[in-house]
Ligand binder design. Structure first.
Ligand SMILES: NC(=O)C1=CN([C@@H]2O[C@H](COP(=O)(O)OP(=O)(O)OC[C@H]3O[C@@H](n4cnc5c(N)ncnc54)[C@H](OP(=O)(O)O)[C@@H]3O)[C@@H](O)[C@H]2O)C=CC1
Ligand SMILES: N[C@@H](CC(=O)OP(=O)(O)O)C(=O)O
Length: 365
């Protein structure tokens, strides 16, 4: 049995950072050693710096770690650094880490649109990590030291959307039109400052800044393909997919729900039963690789009329699985369905951990 890889977390005190702490405590492959947050938290013990808001208790192993400033010196011994940094600060910090030769897996939006940065939902497009493998291979050929790199995790609502789309597009071809209306949990808005109770109690907020554009754009990259020379990602064209998103904040703690309608380009459209079977049969590559956190069932197709529900279904496969319910014909497009995914697990920190497990299985960290 190899020694565990050393892991660090940037933005360790936030909504995503706290989830990283939970997922990495007692992980068989990674040992959490270094935590970073803002200058307000640096120098304090983690237990004193964090305002812990998870329903699971703060792991003992993290309590006494002294929070560092987010500078690469403190993280030099890390084999992998997970970032849950506020996007207002993530850009230059993550850049400095990559330049220092570190492997960074980031939840922040800053580098998602760079064409040579993989944007990965690990249950959907781990093959985009070939770009990292190619960078490392090229450095070897040029006898340079192992390069730093960044892998971005998608927007949390996008992660839930692309999970069922991947097997459907593979089996039934391009999607001519898709609309999605989201009902997003408050943990998605983070903890500093977070959504005020007075705004969300007895209410729905029909606007989440930037979210609709992210869903519409990121879907094209995640379902796109690696270029022949493995240097960048080629996006799907509008001819291959058209997405329209409307995003809403609702009074749910964790778990994003999405009501999706879609029409395939190819005629005749498949039957409802064929769509359900396709979703049930999908086994993601992370599961085939035997990764520790990979879901046993990637997509759970639920038959009850009133499911999925966030409180009841968000923890399927420990939050790494996605639930799909109410698959039925749509009188305007071809089909409609309801998708539920855990926004801070498969939509954020869990995806980061699973990406690291895949990188490890491929000897890239
Ligand atoms: N929540 C979610 O479901 C998802 C979030 N994301 C993305 O992940 C990132 C983190 O989100 P979230 O956890 O919700 O945000 P939070 O606001 O809860 O946490 C932000 C973190 O950034 C740290 N930070 C703030 N300012 C600085 C600074 N100047 N230097 C270094 N660190 C700083 C904070 O530290 P301190 O406590 O010391 O202030 C805290 O650890 C964001 O980019 C977000 O868009 C992505 C997918 C899903
Ligand atoms: N905006 C998402 C959280 C998220 O994923 O944000 P971003 O795409 O900026 O990382 C939410 O509020 O639920």
């Amino acid at each position: 049995m190899c020694a565990k890889k050393i892991a660090g977390v940037l933005g360790a005190t936030g909504s995503v950072g706290q989830r990283f702490i939970l997922l990495l405590s007692n992980h068989p492959d990674f040992e959490l050693k270094v935590l970073g947050a803002s200058p307000r938290s640096a120098g304090k013990k983690y237990i004193d710096a964090v305002n812990w808001k998870q329903t699971d208790l703060l792991p003992k192993s993290a309590e006494d770690i002294t929070v560092s400033e987010c500078k690469s010196d403190a993280f030099q011994n890390c084999d992998v650094v997970f970032s849950g940094l506020d996007a207002d600060y993530a850009g230059p910090i993550e850049k400095e880490f990559v330049e220092a030769g570190l492997a960074v897996i980031s939840n922040a939006k800053n580098y998602r649109r760079e064409e040579d940065v993989p944007l990965v939902v690990p249950i959907v497009n781990p093959e985009h990590l070939d770009i990292v493998a190619n960078k490392i291979e090229n450095a070897k050929i040029e006898k340079k030291s192992k390069p730093g790199f960044i892998v971005c995790i998608s927007n949390c609502s996008t992660a839930g959307l692309v999970a069922p789309l991947k097997p459907l597009v593979e089996k039934f071809g391009p999607i001519d039109a898709l609309t999605t209306t989201t009902l997003q949990a408050i943990s998605g808005a983070g903890f500093s400052p977070g959504v005020p109770g007075i705004d969300i109690l007895d209410n729905i907020i029909p606007y989440i800044g930037g979210e609709e554009d992210k869903m519409e754009w990121e879907t094209k990259k995640i379902l796109g393909s690696v270029s022949n020379d493995k240097s960048h990602i080629e996006l799907l064209t509008p001819d291959e997919i058209k997405v329209s998103a409307q995003c809403n904040r609702v009074a749910v703690s964790d778990g994003h729900t999405e009501c999706i309608s879609l029409r395939f380009k190819n005629r005749p459209a498949p039957s409802v039963d064929a769509v359900k079977q396709c979703l049930r049969d999908y086994v993601c590559d992370a599961s085939k690789l035997g990764c520790h956190s990979a879901p046993k069932q990637t997509i759970h197709v639920l038959e009850q009329n009133d499911r999925p529900q966030p409180r009841l279904d968000r923890n399927r496969d420990a939050g790494y699985g996605v639930s799909v319910g109410r698959v039925r014909e749509d009188p305007v497009l071809d089909f409609k369905m309801v998708v539920l995914s855990h926004n801070t697990i498969i939509g954020a920190a869990g995806s980061g951990v699973l990406i690291a497990e895949i990188l490890l299985a491929k000897n890239l960290i």
